[in-house]
Ligand binder design. Structure first.
Ligand SMILES: Nc1ncnc2c1ncn2[C@@H]1O[C@H](COP(=O)(O)OP(=O)(O)OP(=O)(O)O)[C@@H](O)[C@H]1O
Ligand SMILES: [Mg+2]
Length: 247
């Protein structure tokens, strides 16, 4: 049975794609078969992060030009496959002008999971609520919600939590990019007050991550950094299938 993990945030730039890429790498390195789909068609990232060559994408699949499994690329990591969102803007313009059948998304996720015998499917999303992010959440076993210690981010958490609750999937809140010197106890208290359950993790702002220019995956570049330990803690929290996320 494939477990589907969606990474989402209310606002952009919270670290969704970076966290997802690191989780994918670490889960695959642990021996699981992992699929990743970049559903962020507006502003794709994973093609760059995973250094994929141009080729078939999720957009091509949604436009009926290929099967989704043909858009999945092998990466340097055995058992890790990535479907990029799109290459170029032509497909985006086409999708925006003609629209597409959103039912193709869950169908594609299922097919990918079956074709590649995936243990875990990770879905990256555009910030906020749009067709792709809501459809991804509807397919999720667990939604990882990323928020910075910031009033607007946290008010968005309320909205996402209420949606994820209606969709009956588990959820895990992670505070992201916590600045150095932040009062972690206070930040945790504020976030948990909004969220109504314990956090799955607090990720610090790490300058070495920003210095990678989004060209490399952190766990690959700095395997022994404490941040990688934080990513592993999140993976354990997601594995635990406990109350962490069932608020
Ligand atoms: N913990 C961190 N510390 C420092 N920089 C980070 C951290 N996490 C992510 N970044 C950097 O922040 C930038 C934005 O990250 P990322 O693209 O992962 O965010 P996102 O939420 O996916 O953005 P978008 O909403 O545009 O999809 C990247 O340059 C990334 O390297
Ligand atoms: Mg992103």
């Amino acid at each position: 049975m494939t477990r589907t993990i969606v990474v989402h945030s209310h606002r952009g730039g919270t670290g969704k794609s970076s966290v997802l890429a690191n989780l994918a790498l670490l889960i695959a390195a642990g021996g699981s078969r992992v699929g990743v789909v970049d559903t962020d068609i507006q502003s794709p990232t994973l093609d760059l992060l995973f250094r994929l060559a141009p080729g078939a994408s999720l957009a091509d699949y949604l436009l009926g030009r290929c099967e989704i499994e043909a858009a999945a690329r092998q990466t340097g990591v055995p058992g890790l496959y990535v479907v990029p969102a799109r290459t170029g803007t032509a497909a985006l313009r086409e999708l925006m002008s003609t629209g597409y059948d959103v039912g193709l998304l869950p169908e594609g996720f299922d097919r990918l999971a079956e074709h590649y015998a995936l243990d875990v499917l990770l879905l990256d999303t555009h910030a906020g609520l749009n067709n792709e992010s809501v459809t991804a959440m509807a397919s999720a076993d667990v939604v990882v919600i990323l928020a910075r210690a910031d009033r607007v981010d946290l008010s968005g958490v309320e909205e996402t939590v209420s949606l994820a609750g209606r969709l009956a999937c588990r959820r895990a809140l992670v505070l992201s990019m916590a600045p150095e010197g932040i009062d972690r106890v206070d930040a945790r208290r504020r976030a948990e007050e909004v969220y109504g359950a314990p956090l799955a993790g607090i990720l610090p702002y790490v300058p070495e991550m920003a210095a990678l220019y989004g060209e490399r995956i952190f766990a690959e570049a700095h395997p022994d950094h404490p941040l990688v330990g934080e990513f592993r803690t999140i993976i354990s929290a997601l594995d635990a299938r406990d109350e962490v996320s069932r608020a």
